[in-house]
Design a protein around this ligand. Sequence first.
Ligand SMILES: *Cc1c(COP(=O)(O)O)cnc(C)c1O
Length: 395
Amino acid sequence: MIGTHQPDSLGRFGAFGGRFVPETVMAALDELQAAVNEALADPAFHAERDALARDFIGRPTPLYYAERLSEAVGGAQIWLKREDLNHTGAHKINNAVGQALIARRLGKRRIVAETGAGQHGVAAATVCARFGLDAVVYMGLEDTRRQRPNVVRMHMLGAELVPVTAGAGTLKDAMNEAIRDWIASVETTHYMIGSAAGPHPYPLLVRELQAVIGDEARAQLLDRAGRLPDAVLACVGGGSNAIGMFHAFRDDDVRLIGVEAGGDGAQLHAATLGGGRVSILHGSRSYVLADGEGQVLETHSISAGLDYPGVGPEHAHLKETGRAEYVPETDEAALVAFHRLCRLEGIIPALESAHALARAERVAASLPPAAIVLVCLSGRGDKDVDAIADREAVR
Ligand SMILES: *Cc1c(COP(=O)(O)O)cnc(C)c1O
């Protein structure tokens, strides 16, 4: 049931991906892979997933023509895939629901997860409440401070939240701790990774669970506009909303543009594909932001959800083959795009998504009015409003 563009038998997308994990985890990954293959071939799995997508998540999400934004930008039509309207406010829930069903098939009742902005932690806590599973969420201490509302939500949903003080206290450090827990508890525990990264089969599994974004958007646009888009854009942290959006358009004559976090612009702070080197991080070979000695660098972005020094291996492959382009947008550019969407369309986007919007405006401005630019609006900005208000009050 897995479509085209599969990794090879070692889980590699070209030169990227694979499995770089301790022996004890190998067996668990084999077991997971078998369960994934079985689930994806089982109509009962798809029927349950579809019912949850409809009644619990709220799918299909709308496709929205941003008419006033398009007019203001003065070029192509800008269309938004509204993943911000999902239950819990972002695309992360698509993955969490699917992985909860897989965990149940594996007979595992304890879930560990990492989270950056807290969106994946909230999604994991949500599905664990829904399925009666124990949730343990690792979150960097710095992120627990800048994403307070999501910390409160996770507690309310009954998850155990473990603040991580190692490193800079951000997503990379939380992921290290979640993997450490999983290695020690692999018999009883499923590791619910939050992005299209990590060892095989996670990048493939997460892509399959997020591909609904592009599948829906492609069909909706054909139905509404009668044609495919000229360009498709999505922000890239670990790469799950982007790969979920891009997958349906892989074989079409459509530009695929991934937008990374350029931080304050002084360096490409979290732009892994733009400024990284090929290395191994979190069990997989891909681009990594590291120094000359291979030490992983601390990243910085205004958006916690893009603040990750790695990137999913399939994006590395898409970059290497030239099928997709990866470009940075700065904190400032994302903020400008954030406010423009608020004021012109009445939609408060996540800061992560605002990076994709910033580039979408530039691309749209360079195209004629008949052209179509499709953007994945990966999440809503409720979690970000306090941080933005604080930042702008001091200027
Ligand atoms: C987590 C998150 C991202 C980044 O994660 P990807 O795996 O790259 O999609 C982007 N947008 C929002 C709203 C998020 O919550």
